[in-house]
Ligand binder design. Structure first.
Ligand code: SAM
Length: 362
């Protein structure tokens, strides 16, 4: 059975588990350290732990950090259940009337009034940055915050994609035109159901080191990282803006109640090849400092109007910034088969394929 924590919360451009599993199996031994400097939903570190490796993960986006930390540092089911019970006991609906009324119009279309008040309460109460228990509760809410709620009672919002949060004006128009009304959901009940479902899977025996921040600072982690293998995927050239696509989840974690691209990362959607390859060069610079001898690096990368040959040349060309001897061992191209949100985000596909490159670093 697929481990149910992998799908705790989706993320745009996430790795399939099978991709990470294959490379961990081929390139590492039990006990080796696997690193992902752009971890997203944490597929690499979580799969590494499941396979008896050590894991280090980093991402600049708090959504990515929260999900990754929750699944790689999971508390016991009983501790999370106790916390949910306590939270529910402390919740007083009308305390949240004013906060709910002061939110932008989007929220009254997106959520039933009672659901929204419960979300506001949890948003204030959860200390997800400091406690592993609260981090798990927050991550489960993030996974349920929006989705195709007409198909599943596990989603809290009016009809939305699960992978990304659509923009406010577009969403309101979509719901108005179709006369779609937000479903009434009890967040505490959804939390309990979700926890029971996820914890059927075994949690890994070890925990990962997870860092929130720019990967350019990774070499500062103490004790110093010595990675045997990197499996990663930097943002793609001119494809998506993770802050914009995750704006509603970022709001739940304490951010503003609207999309605010550029607030967190300067690298999310680099539009020119020049700026893009500078980011990749920075990645290599940091990897040069944290990789052990004889290590391997697997990079999945793509970009609008970038041909596979250009991607491979760009990766090889920027590898000099690691100041190590880096050799391309293999590469594979895979076409992008389906868009993740076709009915909600019409428009040109833009990206035709992505390339996986494997390097050795001496
Ligand atoms: C392609 S996604 C990674 C998806 C991941 N492989 C998964 O399975 O979910 C790229 C990630 O890079 C992160 N990112 C963007 N700029 C960054 C930076 N300067 N430092 C660290 N992470 C960054 C984004 O927040 C995003 O989560």
């Amino acid at each position: 059975m697929r481990n149910r924590f992998h799908s705790l919360c989706p993320y745009f451009a996430m790795f399939p588990e099978s991709f990470v599993e294959r490379w961990i199996h081929e390139l590492t031994q039990p006990g080796d350290t696997v690193l992902d400097p752009f971890c997203g939903r944490g597929t690499t570190p979580y799969q590494a732990l499941l396979m008896g490796r050590q894991a280090v993960a980093n991402d600049i986006n708090p959504v990515a950090y929260c999900i990754t930390r929750a699944k790689t540092n999971p508390p016991s089911l009983s501790a999370v259940r106790r916390r949910v019970t306590l939270l529910e006991k402390c919740y007083v609906s009308h305390d949240w009337d004013l906060d709910a009324a002061s939110l932008p119009e989007f929220f009254s279309f997106a959520y039933h009034g009672e659901t929204l008040r419960q979300l506001l309460f949890l948003r204030r109460q959860l200390k997800w940055g400091g406690s592993n228990v609260d981090c798990m509760v927050a991550a489960v809410v993030l996974g349920a915050l929006h989705g195709e709620s007409h198909r599943s009672p596990s989603y809290l919002s009016n009809r939305m994609p699960r992978t990304i949060s659509t923009k406010p004006a577009y969403s309101v128009r979509y719901w108005r035109e179709r006369q779609l009304v937000a479903p009434q959901r009890n967040v505490f009940a959804v939390l309990r159901r979700q926890l029971a479902y996820r914890y059927v899977s075994q949690i890994p025996p070890a925990t990962a080191t997870v860092r929130l921040g720019d990967m350019r600072e990774l070499h500062r982690i103490r004790p110093k990282i010595r990675a045997h293998c990197v499996i990663t995927s930097p943002p793609y050239l001119d494809i998506t803006n993770f802050e914009e696509d995750q704006w509603l989840r970022l709001w739940f974690l304490g951010g503003p109640p609207r999309p605010a691209p550029g607030r967190i990362s300067r690298d999310d959607r680099l539009e020119t090849p020049d700026r893009y390859w500078r980011l990749v060069a920075d990645m290599w610079r940091v990897l040069g400092q944290v990789l052990g001898e004889g290590s391997r690096v697997v990079v999945r990368i793509g970009g609008k109007n970038l041909r596979p040959k250009q991607i491979i040349e760009g990766l090889e060309g920027t590898a000099v910034f690691s100041t190590r001897t880096v050799r391309l061992i293999s590469h594979e191209e895979s076409p992008i088969r389906k868009r993740q949100t076709p009915s909600f985000r019409p428009g040109p596909v833009g990206l035709a394929y992505e390339v996986d490159c494997v390097f050795s670093v001496a």
